[in-house]
Design a protein around this ligand. Structure first.
Ligand SMILES: *Cc1c(COP(=O)(O)O)cnc(C)c1O
Length: 397
């Protein structure tokens, strides 16, 4: 039996080698410190869990949900958009839809808009789904490199005219996974103008909208005047409220984007569990102080790991947002070589930067979803193994 051609076009999973090694070390009884996973380690806030208990006892939540999401959920989502970003006037019927987590909605948006031969403009490094969903749809991904010297923002002037003309979708994600970079509203203004000129649907993946530090509050692309004609924004409750397992998010913005996505989804899935949508409504009214309390835990870990790596010679600035520290590998190493070194010598798992795209080469990612104690243990092991930023370790073994 052969897989479909479309599956053969999907690139091999880059972490396969690391996973294999990790399994070997685990079998030998090595205590592995996983600094890799972007999955919050704390429970979902109590008020949300209580709303779920209540909702699940109501038989009205037990049957098929409406495809676009229950109306109360969509209304709560757009009310939150207005409170949080000052983005008012979204139509709950034409400009909002519930998702079964952002990943699903992201993938299905490609199916709605990309034909074979169409181009998609995607960030490199970036969330892997943008690339794989392009390939599933038969399209051609065009990587926009995110370079440190540009603050990890794509350079729109570097996109060839012929590519821009063939592009259907342009994807960005700020605060950014994996680089931890943030984008100012002025950059979103440029994106909106670019996408209007070339008739491209601008897709902003806002998975980390609430994950900010030192008072940083990320803007919405829909704050740009006129953005609603060309842009849709993907929101997720996963990272904001420790709800990765619940699978709930929403998409708002350009009616054409919502319509296309809705048409795919109504043929693919049957909506998010209504009880989860009710619990998510409770999440939208989580007191700001409680959200900030969750973020302050990550902020302390960020300060701890950044200071620890700086002490080991790393040239590093603390990210203002996201669950990630994006660090350069020491001179003389590729991303994979360094990730393997950390695993072999220290039992530490980190994803190599090239796992997020070719332009991620030269970096590795650390997630802030592990306790400070485990981070301290990881730094101690690096110290003991003599792993520092400056020195090339290759010769020693
Ligand atoms: C985690 C993540 C998502 C997926 O979020 P879900 O709502 O849990 O599917 C999407 N985009 C980026 C950049 C992410 O890091």
């Amino acid at each position: 039996m052969q897989f479909a051609k479309r599956l053969e076009r999907i690139p091999p999973y880059l972490f396969v080698e690391i996973d294999r090694k990790r399994a070997q070390l685990l079998a030998r009884g090595v205590d592995i410190i996983n600094l890799g996973v972007g999955d919050p380690d704390k429970p979902t806030p109590t008020a949300i869990r209580e709303a779920m208990h209540e909702a699940i006892e109501d038989p009205a939540t037990h049957n098929y949900p409406p495809y676009q999401g229950i109306r109360e959920f969509r209304e709560a989502a757009i009310a939150w958009m207005e409170r949080r970003f000052g983005v008012g006037g979204l139509d709950p019927d034409r400009e909002a839809i519930a998702s079964i987590g952002s990943k699903e909605a992201i993938h299905n948006t490609f199916l709605a808009f990309v034909d074979p031969g169409d181009c998609t403009l995607i960030p490199d490094p970036g969330y892997p789904v943008y690339r794989t969903a392009t390939l599933f749809a038969g399209g051609e991904p065009y990587a926009m490199p995110l370079k440190a010297e540009n603050g990890f923002l794509p350079d729109l002037t570097a996109i060839p005219e012929t590519v821009a003309r063939r592009a259907k979708l342009l994807w960005v994600n700020y605060p950014n996974n994996p680089t931890g970079a943030v984008a100012p509203l002025a950059f979103f203004e440029k994106l909106v103008a670019f996408c209007r000129d070339y008739e491209i649907l601008l897709c902003h993946d806002h998975a980390y909208s609430e994950v900010g530090y030192d008072g940083y509050r990320a803007p919405s692309v829909l704050q740009v005047p006129g953005a609603k004609e060309v842009a849709i924004e993907f929101h997720s409750l996963s990272k904001s409220y420790n709800m990765t397992g619940w699978r709930i998010g929403f998409v708002v913005g350009a009616a054409i984007g919502i319509k296309g996505l809705s048409q795919v989804k109504s043929n693919v899935d049957s909506g998010a569990f209504k009880a989860i949508q009710r619990a998510a409504i409770a999440a939208f009214s989580t007191p700001e102080a409680e959200v900030q309390a969750v973020m302050s835990v990550y902020q302390q870990r960020r300060d701890f790991i950044v200071a620890g790596l700086q002490e080991l010679g790393w040239p590093l600035a603390a990210p203002q947002a996201t669950l990630y520290v994006w660090a350069a590998v020491p001179p003389g190493y590729t991303s994979s070589e360094f990730a393997n070194l950390l695993l072999d010598r220290c039992g530490i798992v980190v994803p190599p930067g090239n796992g997020y795209g070719a332009a991620g080469e030269g970096f590795f990612r650390i997630a802030l979803t592990v306790s400070q104690e485990r981070m301290a243990a990881a730094l101690d092991r690096m110290k003991a193994a003599g792993i520092r930023y400056e020195r090339s370790l290759k010769s020693s073994g």
